[in-house]
Design a protein around this ligand. Structure first.
Ligand code: EZ4
Ligand code: CO
Length: 401
């Protein structure tokens, strides 16, 4: 079963996606996501110019060997572009293997460990009252877990806040600039969650994303002040390049911590996991080397009772969403899956078999990943340059994002 062709499809049905399609001489094809938000074309070139020529003629069944060949063979290891390219190949090969063996990918990963996977939605508002209404709409739709974000008073365009319920972080054109003030942000979060607990009771899982914006001691203070409201997790409280920062946060708070959506390798997770400095690891199939590498991260995490919580924002394509759901359904130490529905255009470009019901999702039982791409329709939505916003403090200093 030799790989006979590889094609990179870039499209923008509401937002940009980079998809790898690998074909075999048997006529079976597989899809992998290679989208790195705001740096899309770098991965497209890495695949087109440097990876696809190496794949032609290789045995598509040898997933682990091809992974090691691309990782070790690059000499320069890791990094978001390299790992997203390897991920796209890996996920496409799992899709091919599933289709060729007539089995959904989760069956190849050990079978279902649960009936369905709990997901969380994104609620937000300009005020605490609006955020409560937004959470209420998720609860009405059956969600059992909701992330809540609120505009910081005096800060226009706070990250994570949207009008309506569809949050899309990137904007077309050049990178927009937003303002940030930790001094204004810190006092508003505890009252938001106090009100949410009063409104929705103790069973609803509540999450919050700090987006790497606090110093370790500020994060420790926030975690401690949120303890009475028992969050499911506090996400990315401080940047994690310096993993030792989390020792300081841990000394002060029992609020569970989730980190890792920007990680691309098991080495980024190692100290956080082994020192039990976090409770959830957020690495994804697309940004952390595909299903093969994600399973290794999960196995390491399992030893330390750290559970998975894959990133699932709108910049993770339906191909990545499908891969995540096969992984989530099968992996023993699953925690939760982030879920932001895509635009109607995106769903049309990527017909898929995964479903949502009663706050949970299931990848479906189609062979492979259960997701396809309508290439003719995708071609009607050409790539458009877009970036995530950047954040500056009120004196103009660039802030962490
Ligand atoms: O900002 O996916 O938890 N979810 C997030 C996302 C990220 C975007 C970045 O591309 O933090 O909204
Ligand atoms: Co996040």
């Amino acid at each position: 079963m030799r790989i006979s062709d590889g094609k990179v499809i870039t499209c923008s049905p509401g937002r940009n996606f980079v998809i790898l399609k690998l074909e075999t001489e048997d006529g079976v094809y597989g899809l992998g996501d290679a989208t790195v938000n705001g740096r899309e074309l770098a991965v497209a070139s890495y695949l087109n110019d440097h990876v696809i020529p190496l794949l032609i003629g290789r045995d598509a069944r040898r997933i682990e060997d091809i992974w090691q060949f691309l990782y070790k063979g690059a000499y320069w290891r890791r990094g978001p572009v390299t790992m997203a390219a390897i991920a796209a190949v890996d996920v496409a090969l799992w899709d091919i293997k599933g289709k060729s063996l007539d089995a959904p990918v989760y069956q190849l990963l050990g079978g279902a460990s649960r009936d369905a996977v709990m997901v969380y939605g994104h609620a937000s508002g300009e005020t605490i009252d609006e955020t409560i209404e937004s959470v209420g709409r998720y609860v009405e739709r059956g969600y059992r877990a909701v992330r809540a974000q609120c505009t910081v008073p005096g800060m226009a365009n706070t990250y994570g806040v949207t009008h309506g319920d569809a949050y899309e972080p990137a904007e077309r054109g050049l990178a927009p600039e937003t303002q940030w003030s930790s001094e204004r942000y810190l006092p508003i979060v505890p009252p938001l969650f106090e009100r949410l607990r009063a409104e929705f009771g103790s069973e609803l899982h509540l999450l919050h994303d700090v987006h790497h914006r606090l110093t370790p001691i500020e994060a420790a203070r926030l975690g401690r002040s949120l303890e009475p409201h028992h969050l499911f997790w506090l996400e990315d409280p401080t940047p994690a390049e310096n993993q030792e920062s989390f020792r300081l946060i841990r000394q002060h708070t029992t609020t569970p911590l989730a980190v890792g959506e920007v990680f691309n390798s098991i080495h980024d997770c190692r100290q956080l996991v082994q020192e039990q400095l976090i409770d959830y690891i957020r690495t994804t199939a697309v940004h952390a080397g595909g299903l093969s590498h994600l399973r290794k991260i999960a196995s390491l995490a399992e030893l330390y009772q750290v559970r998975t919580g894959c990133h699932g924002a709108t910049d993770l394509s339906p191909v990545c969403m499908a891969a995540a759901l096969h992984f989530d359904l099968s992996v023993h130490n699953f925690g939760i899956q982030e879920y932001m529905p895509h635009t109607a255009e995106t769903d049309r470009v990527f017909p898929h078999r995964y479903t949502f019901a009663a706050g949970s999702m299931h990848p479906g039982d189609a062979p492979g990943l259960g997701v396809d791409i309508d290439e003719a329709l995708a071609a009607t939505f050409p790539y458009q340059r877009a970036y995530l916003p950047i954040a500056r403090r009120q004196d103009g200093t660039m802030h962490d994002w």
